[in-house]
Design a protein. Structure first.
Length: 411
């Protein structure tokens, strides 16, 4: 390992691994470090939804367009890192029909393909759907297996010359002459690295790295619970067609259904309450769409922390914070070789990485195009190979533990 990489990427979630892959494909010498295994933070503790953009269509059309673009791109490059399921937005009898119409119109305006279904048609698509369903519409949602996706990005980065270290926490950042001069990395690395440029891709933990470097970010993280239950036969993702609220999504995961989620502000993304009411409310609300999940055996539960960026946030309701992403150049704060990438969604990780890599390459004077939208991920057509990558980088995370573990057991 070189102690003087051109770029040091801190954070091995989807965005960090995506940045490392993007830069490596452009010929940049890059090192990626994460304090644990890859995808162990937000990426691997999500519900695993591949967004069509419909969830954000009426309130955040730009974010919805980002989701739609990347949804289409990932279907081309990510193979078995995904499961193509489609999705339904379901209106129950007490839900506002005007909201339903606004949602459909907004999707159509953006270009998200929709198909209206009456109650009988919706119940034919999803056996066991509530008798209270009034209508639904289909969208091209899907499922992401984040442990596979992140590991495949890291493996491709290494294939193109990058260095990837797990169990490598950043312990200190030193600055001198308007730049990061040294990053002290502990764990298995135990070295002082002297990169030319640093990317802070630590998501909900971005403030911690920023503080070490003497700059500001402004995260407003919120926690959410996911409960995986045994449930066979669910094909599309189910979204409750109402203003976003607790327990409004059910995501199919090959013999399981993931129920979620809540949104509760947290001060510390490592130390926070995990409340029983979140579990109970999520199950109750999801069962309003799919009643059988209320009695389905629980497989596992986990909480994730959303990396919401809101430097001016003061309120307790964080559902309204944009799920868009931001790349922060800390040159205005006197640290000219540090960028932080924050916000966003798992679905848009590749685009987040591309924009970040563009900014870094501009600063470094590297004239090379991004190829990540067209180059398939290694192992995309081979689930067993993907799962080997997952084991290499720390093992499966809660979101897709059942899928990756099952695949490994079958080998």
């Amino acid at each position: 390992m070189s102690d003087t990489p051109t770029v040091l990427v801190i954070g091995g979630g989807a965005t960090g691994a995506g940045v490392a892959r993007d830069l490596a494909l452009r010929g940049v010498d890059v090192t990626l470090v994460d304090r644990g295994g890859l995808a162990g933070g937000t990426s691997g503790r999500s519900h695993g939804l591949l967004h069509s953009g419909a969830r954000y269509a009426e309130d955040d059309p730009r974010g919805a367009e980002e989701c739609l673009r990347e949804n289409r791109t990932l279907r081309e490059i990510a193979g078995a890192c995904l499961r193509e399921t489609d999705g339904l937005f379901v209106r129950l009898g007490g839900d506002d029909p005007n909201y339903f119409e606004e949602k459909v119109a907004a999707c159509e305006e953006i270009g998200i393909e929709t198909e209206r279904l009456d109650a009988d048609e919706a119940q034919a698509v999803v056996p066991g759907l509530s008798d209270d369903v009034a209508e639904a519409f289909r969208v091209p949602d899907g499922v992401i297996y984040p442990s596979r996706l992140v590991a495949a990005n890291a493996a491709d980065a290494e294939r193109h010359g990058a260095t990837v270290h797990t169990d490598a926490p950043v312990e200190a950042v030193e600055t001198a002459d308007g730049a990061v001069s040294t990053v002290r990395v502990g764990g298995d690395v135990d070295a002082a690295l002297r990169p030319d440029h640093v990317v802070n891709a630590t998501g909900a933990w971005a403030d911690r790295i920023a503080d070490l470097a003497g700059v500001d970010v402004g995260m407003a993280p919120s926690r959410g619970v996911m409960i995986s239950v045994k449930y066979d036969g669910l094909d599309p993702v189910l979204n409750r067609c109402r203003d976003p609220d607790d327990g409004d999504i059910v995501v199919p995961h090959e013999g399981e259904a993931v129920l979620g989620t809540t949104s509760v502000p947290v001060d510390d993304p490592d130390e926070y309450e995990t409340a029983d009411w979140e579990v109970e409310r999520s199950i109750e609300e999801c069962a309003a769409m799919l009643p059988a999940v209320a009695e389905a055996p629980e497989v596992r539960r986990w909480w994730g922390v959303r990396p919401l960026y809101a430097p001016d946030e003061t309120g307790s309701n964080r559902r309204g914070i944009s799920r868009g992403f931001t790349v922060i150049d800390h040159a205005d704060e006197g640290v000219g070789n540090l960028h932080t990438v924050v916000g966003g969604k798992l679905t848009t990780y590749r685009e987040m990485a591309e924009l970040t890599a563009d900014r870094v390459c501009e600063r470094l004077g590297v004239d090379a195009a991004c190829d990540t939208a067209t180059e398939p991920l290694p192992g995309a057509d081979d689930p067993a190979r993907l799962d080997e990558f997952v084991e290499r980088y720390g093992g499966a995370n809660p979101t897709d533990a059942g899928v990756v573990s099952a695949a490994a057991d079958d080998d």
